[in-house]
Ligand binder design. Structure first.
Ligand SMILES: [Zn+2]
Length: 303
């Protein structure tokens, strides 16, 4: 799939702890990158990007949204290459002031190295990346400030966590009683109207079967909306699995210390109608049963 990208673009597929990177080679000889992975693997991100750059200077870092798995390499890449960082406009002041709780890092028990944005990108704007024109669209639902990028000339969509090949990211606003399902619905409508022939998601491989991805996403959205406790349970498992990917191994007590004051985890627990300690226990049991975690005595291990 990567071979079908325009020659000015490169795709680095990562995993569920670190979001994918998309590189653009600019006409002036410099390069830009969209999204930078999680802080734990920032050195690996730097090495992967450096190899792809082939000696070009990295001038710009752009983030689709400021979740820790999309901007955790910002600081390291900016330091290594002197790149300037651009974030969605709604998150600019939070990032400049490094408001950890509002940026979701503290609220999810996740980590991010501090970085300083040089500016912002906003819905309705047009950007030139890799000598293609990209339209910026709002992509709320998963994250109220998220954006996605669409190149009309090549019908390529950079969808972040608004659409994956099989689903989309947790609808976080719904966990605290705010609207998110409606926004997710609108994002899927927008994506359908754009009719991309290639989608580069925040996680997982590039895909081309838009109809299948939209059908899966709509099916999942309808299932979540029918009983919001499903979104809460999904969020609990995602949050716990993410911490386990970060820590690799931990006891239940250590995980509880990491998550007990994390507001998003507490909101999801309340919506799942469980006290946080029981919500953690339920999540761990579910993840072990699904084979996403293993138990060795007191220790939980992320395989
Ligand atoms: Zn996200």
């Amino acid at each position: 799939m990567t071979q079908n990208l325009p020659p000015s673009m490169r795709f680095i597929e990562r995993d569920w702890l670190s979001a994918n990177q998309i590189l653009f080679f600019e006409d002036d000889g410099s390069a830009s990158v969209v999204d930078t992975g999680y802080v734990k693997h920032a050195a690996l991100t730097c090495a992967l990007v450096e190899r792809m750059l082939g000696g070009r200077p990295l001038a710009r870092i752009l983030n689709t949204h400021l979740h820790s798995d999309h901007c955790g390499g910002n600081a390291a890449l900016a330091q290594r290459f002197g790149a300037q960082i651009f974030v969605p406009s709604g998150s600019l002041h939070l990032a400049r002031d490094w408001q950890l709780e509002a940026l979701s890092f503290t609220a999810t028990g996740q980590r991010c190295e501090r970085f300083l944005p040089a500016g912002s990108i906003h819905a309705g704007q047009q950007l030139t990346l890799g000598s293609l024109i990209w339209e910026v669209y709002a992509a709320a639902g998963h994250d109220p400030e998220s954006i996605m990028l669409f190149a009309p000339s090549h019908r390529i969509l950079i969808s972040a966590d608004a659409l994956w090949e099989d689903g989309f990211g947790v609808t976080f606003p719904e966990l605290s009683g705010e609207s998110g399902f409606q926004e997710q619905h609108e994002v899927l409508e927008r994506i359908e109207s754009l009719q991309p022939t290639m989608v580069i998601p925040g996680h997982g491989p590039i895909f081309v079967d838009l109809d299948l991805a939209l059908a899966r996403a709509r099916g999942r959205l309808a299932w979540l909306k029918a009983d919001p406790i499903r979104n809460a349970r999904y969020a609990l498992k995602v949050l716990v699995k993410f911490i386990m990917l970060d820590l690799e191994q931990a006891t239940e007590a250590q995980l509880f210390e990491r998550l007990r004051y994390a507001q998003v985890f507490c909101d999801a627990s309340a919506q799942a109608d469980l006290p946080p300690d029981q919500a953690l226990h339920w999540s761990l049991e579910s993840l072990v049963k699904a084979g996403a975690l293993a138990r060795q005595g007191d220790l939980l291990i992320s395989p």
